[in-house]
Design a binder for this molecule. Structure first.
Ligand SMILES: [Zn+2]
Length: 463
C-alpha cells in the first residue's frame, strides 16, 4: 500500500505553491497559531467519486458540500489523504485551507449589558454571534411592533441538559393583522420560512437571514415589492438553527472553528471526539429515510446521523415548528404529489456548493412534484448563476435531511441554496469567507433569489 506521509505532501504543496500564490503565503499560518488544529488542512479533490459518495460519507471523512463533474471534495489532514488512498480513491490536492491567524476572542462583559449592546457582538471581522442574532430579533420586534413578532420554539441540546446553551428562536414578519403569526398551520396568509445555519460553520448563511430580516422591515414603507410581500404573506426566519454549534465556531474568534454539527457528545461512549468534531449532524438526523445515503455511525464523523432518527432536540423542535406552520397536504405514499392548491415554501441555506436543490435528497429519484419544483429551481439558478437540480444530480444524495422531511411529512415546497463563490479558488470561497463577501457577493445574489422564492409561497406547485 502506498502511503502519503507528511514529507510527500510537503513536496506536493511546494509544487502547487509554485503556481498558486494563495497557498504559498500561508504555510506557517495554519497549524502553529491555531490552538485546535493538529496539522495542515487540505481540500482533496476525489476523482470520479459521485457514485461512491455514500462510501465516502460512511467512512467518516469530512465530505464537503461541493461537486465538479463527477469529482467530490473532502476536507482533512495528511492522515485523511492516506485514508482516502487506502480506500482506493483517486485523489489530488485541490488546495490548502488557509485558516486565519489566531486572535483570542473578546471576553463578554457580564454586568448590566443591554440587549442593544449584544446586537453589535461580532467575531471574525463582522459575523454575528448567537447572542447578537437573538438580540437582533428582539430589537426588530421592538422597533417594528406592527411588522414583527419573535417566537421561541425549543431549546438547544446544551440548554436541555442545563449546561448553558440557547433557546431556539424564529421571527415572523408580516403586516400584523388579527390571527397573523399564530402557531397554527391553517394561516390566512401563505408562509415563507427561511431556515439557516443548521451547519454551524457555514457562517454566510446566518448573515443572509440577518440581512433578509432588515431588508423586509426597513423597506416596508418605501418599496412596493416588500410591501406587497408583507401585506399578503408571513415571512418567517430561523436565523440560527444550531446555536450550540455556532457557539463553538464563534469561540474561535478570528480563527473560527470548523464545527458543523450540534454539541451533543453524549454518544461518545467508546471514543472521545476532538473539537470541532463533537455532535450529531442535524441535517442527517431528521426522520425521513434516516440512516441512508451520506451518513455515518462514526460519532466523530461530520455526517454522524445520531443514535436514532430525531434524537436531537434541535431536530425535534424544528419538526414541531414546521408542523405548526405548514399543513400536511401530501398523501402517505412515496409517490403521492402535493396538490396544486398547497401554500407555503421552506428555503434552507447551506454553503458552499453553488447549487439550488430540491427533493428528493435521499436518492436521486424524482418526486411527483419534480417538474414544478424544477421550474422554480431553474429560475433561482438563473438569478444566482448556480446549477440547479436534485441533490443527487448536482451534489450527492443525502438522507435524514430537513428538506426531505418537510416534503415527505408535510408536502411543503422546499429548496436548498448552497451559497458560494462560483470560483472555487475565489476569495469568497470556502466556509470562512471574509466578512466583506457578504456585501460584495452573497447578499446581491441572495436578495433577489429570496424575493422570488417568497413570492412563490402562495402557490408553489401550480404550473
Ligand atoms: Zn451544510
Amino acid at each position: 500500500m502506498k502511503r502519503w506521509g507528511i514529507g510527500a505532501f510537503a513536496l506536493v504543496i511546494l509544487a502547487i505553491s509554485a503556481g498558486c500564490s494563495a497557498s504559498a503565503e500561508s504555510d506557517d499560518q495554519t497549524a502553529s497559531d491555531s490552538p485546535d488544529s493538529k496539522g495542515r488542512m487540505y481540500e482533496y479533490r476525489v476523482h470520479d467519486a459521485v457514485a461512491r459518495a455514500d462510501e465516502l460519507a460512511s467512512s467518516g471523512v469530512d465530505l464537503l458540500e461541493r461537486r465538479q463533474g463527477n469529482d467530490l471534495f473532502v476536507l482533512g489532514d495528511d492522515a485523511t489523504g492516506e485514508q482516502l488512498r487506502a480506500l482506493g480513491f483517486d485523489i489530488s490536492l485541490h488546495k490548502e485551507v488557509v485558516l486565519p491567524r489566531w486572535t483570542p476572542p473578546q471576553l463578554r462583559i457580564s454586568n448590566e449589558e443591554t440587549t442593544l449592546a449584544d446586537v453589535a457582538e461580532t467575531y471574525y471581522g463582522g459575523y454575528h454571534t448567537v447572542n447578537a442574532h437573538y438580540a437582533h430579533l428582539d430589537k426588530v420586534a421592538t422597533d417594528h411592533p406592527d411588522l414583527a413578532k419573535v417566537v421561541t420554539y425549543g431549546q438547544s441540546w446544551k440548554k436541555t441538559k442545563g449546561n448553558g446553551g440557547y433557546d431556539l428562536k424564529a421571527i415572523c414578519i408580516t403586516k400584523q393583522g388579527s390571527g397573523d403569526c399564530a402557531l397554527s398551520p391553517n394561516s390566512t396568509k401563505p408562509r415563507f420560512l427561511l431556515y439557516t445555519q443548521i451547519h454551524a460553520r457555514e457562517i454566510t448563511t446566518g448573515e443572509m437571514s440577518w440581512r433578509w430580516i432588515d431588508y423586509l422591515v426597513d423597506n416596508y414603507a418605501s418599496d412596493s415589492t416588500v410591501k406587497q410581500l408583507l401585506d399578503t404573506e408571513e415571512l418567517w426566519v430561523v436565523p440560527i438553527a444550531n446555536p450550540d454549534g455556532v457557539d463553538v465556531v464563534v469561540q474561535g474568534g478570528n480563527n473560527p472553528r470548523l464545527q458543523r454539527k450540534n454539541a451533543d457528545n453524549a454518544n461518545e461512549t467508546s471514543t472521545t471526539c476532538s473539537v470541532p468534531n463533537h455532535g450529531v449532524d442535524l441535517n442527517r438526523n431528521f426522520a425521513s429515510h434516516w440512516g441512508g445515503a451520506s451518513t455515518t455511525t462514526n460519532v466523530c464523523g461530520e455526517t454522524y446521523r445520531g443514535p436514532r432518527a430525531d434524537s436531537e432536540p434541535e431536530t425535534q423542535s424544528s419538526e414541531s415548528l414546521w408542523r405548526k406552520l405548514f399543513p400536511a397536504v401530501r398523501g402517505p405514499n412515496q409517490g403521492d404529489p402535493s396538490p396544486q392548491t398547497a401554500k407555503g415554501l421552506l428555503m434552507t441555506l447551506h454553503s458552499d456548493a453553488n447549487t439550488v436543490m430540491f427533493p428528493w435528497y435521499y436518492s436521486n429519484v424524482a418526486s411527483a412534484n419534480d417538474s414544478t419544483q424544477r421550474a422554480i429551481a431553474r429560475q433561482l439558478g438563473s438569478i444566482t448563476g448556480y446549477e440547479y437540480g436534485r441533490s443527487g444530480e448536482v451534489l450527492y444524495a443525502a438522507s435524514g435531511s430537513t428538506d426531505d422531511w418537510a416534503y415527505e411529512k408535510l408536502g411543503v415546497s422546499v429548496f436548498t441554496i448552497e451559497v458560494g463563490d462560483p470560483n472555487t479558488f475565489g476569495s469568497c470561497s470556502g466556509f470562512l469567507p471574509p466578512y466583506s463577501c457578504q456585501t460584495s457577493l452573497f447578499w446581491p445574489k441572495m436578495r433577489p433569489a429570496l424575493i422570488y422564492a417568497a413570492q412563490k409561497a402562495a402557490a408553489p406547485f401550480k404550473p
